[in-house]
Design a protein around this ligand. Structure first.
Ligand SMILES: C[C@@]1(CC(=O)O)C2=NC(=C\c3[nH]c(c(CCC(=O)O)c3CC(=O)O)Cc3[nH]c(c(CC(=O)O)c3CCC(=O)O)/C=C3\N/C(=C\2)[C@@H](CCC(=O)O)[C@]3(C)CC(=O)O)/[C@H]1CCC(=O)O
Ligand SMILES: NC(=O)c1ccc[n+]([C@@H]2O[C@H](COP(=O)([O-])OP(=O)(O)OC[C@H]3O[C@@H](n4cnc5c(N)ncnc54)[C@H](O)[C@@H]3O)[C@@H](O)[C@H]2O)c1
Length: 207
């Protein structure tokens, strides 16, 4: 089986998480900012998830799984500590849905990669289930290399690119600028400011 990396917009989609333990919480933490409708089906929740429920960040149906729980779900996450239940969820899910099976890498059609964000930058690492711990280790290494300062740098890259897109510069010169701003020198906010300022001069005047 070959999995391909994609970025998913879940805004307004129904996501159902079966199980309310530690793995469910990890998945939910990845999903909280997505503006999906998150529903947890589980007789019990760990305290952190109860907190999310009290803050109305998730819905909770305090019950054991039944097949109609996944009706209309766009994405299903299977994370109970009961292998038989996990298998039942997978079996009762129509094949045209997205499903993540936390206890069996090869059963679902979605994996959650280890990941971190720096504003507009997302770095995701997958080992196709070979070693989640190795993915976690690489995440740690890369998150040190690309520290919090990159959030602001990404904002600069975004702004510079928007200005270039609106500019009257010839195509090749735009490309040169896009490459130039990747140089380490532009990690410095002063250099960024100067560059943005100079790019503003190339904006096409309104017609
Ligand atoms: C990366 C990360 C993201 C996240 O969970 O958010 C993630 N697992 C993490 C940690 C972790 N997972 C496990 C341990 C215990 C040590 C060990 O067993 O090695 C630890 C370590 C820890 O907890 O620290 C156990 C485990 N994991 C899976 C199975 C089932 C199986 O292998 O079949 C079992 C055995 C269960 C059992 O035996 O009961 C399966 C999957 N785990 C995945 C993702 C997907 C593939 C990712 C990839 O490798 O590319 C995949 C396929 C499906 C999925 O869940 O999406 C997250 C790193 C946290 C971070 O980023 O900080
Ligand atoms: N993918 C991963 O990264 C990863 C990591 C560790 C463990 N796991 C696997 O994930 C699973 C969950 O691990 P955990 O640490 O979150 O367990 P946990 O014990 O913290 O939580 C299990 C949850 O499942 C709920 N549950 C039990 N029966 C249920 C049912 N019939 N219907 C609905 N909910 C039910 C429990 O109430 C509990 O909230 C385990 O199978 C484990 O093997 C996966």
């Amino acid at each position: 089986m070959t999995f391909i990396p994609i970025m998913l917009d879940l805004k307004g989609r129904k996501v159902v998480v079966i199980g309310g333990g530690h793995v469910a919480k990890r998945r939910i933490d990845s999903l909280l900012d997505s503006e999906a409708f998150l529903t947890v089906i589980s007789p019990k929740l760990i305290p952190e998830l109860i907190h999310y429920y009290e803050e109305a960040r998730i819905n909770w149906e305090q019950k054991c799984f039944s097949p109609d729980d996944v009706d209309e779900a766009f994405l299903i996450i299977v994370a109970t500590n009961n292998r038989t239940v996990n298998n039942t969820v997978v079996e009762s899910t129509p094949s045209n849905r997205l499903i993540n099976a936390a206890d069996k890498a090869d059963v679902g059609n979605v994996h959650f990669p280890a990941h971190f964000e720096r504003g507009k930058l997302t770095v995701a690492i997958s080992t196709h289930g070979a070693s989640p711990l190795f993915a976690k280790k690489i995440k740690k290494d890369l998150s040190n290399q690309y520290d919090e300062s990159y959030e602001q740098y990404l904002d600069f890259l975004f702004e510079a690119r928007q200005l270039l897109k609106q500019s009257n510069l010839p195509h090749q010169e735009r490309r040169n600028h896009l490459h130039e701003i990747l140089s380490d020198e532009y990690l410095d906010p002063q250099a960024q400011k100067k560059m943005l300022h100079s790019l503003e001069h190339y904006i096409k005047p309104p017609i």
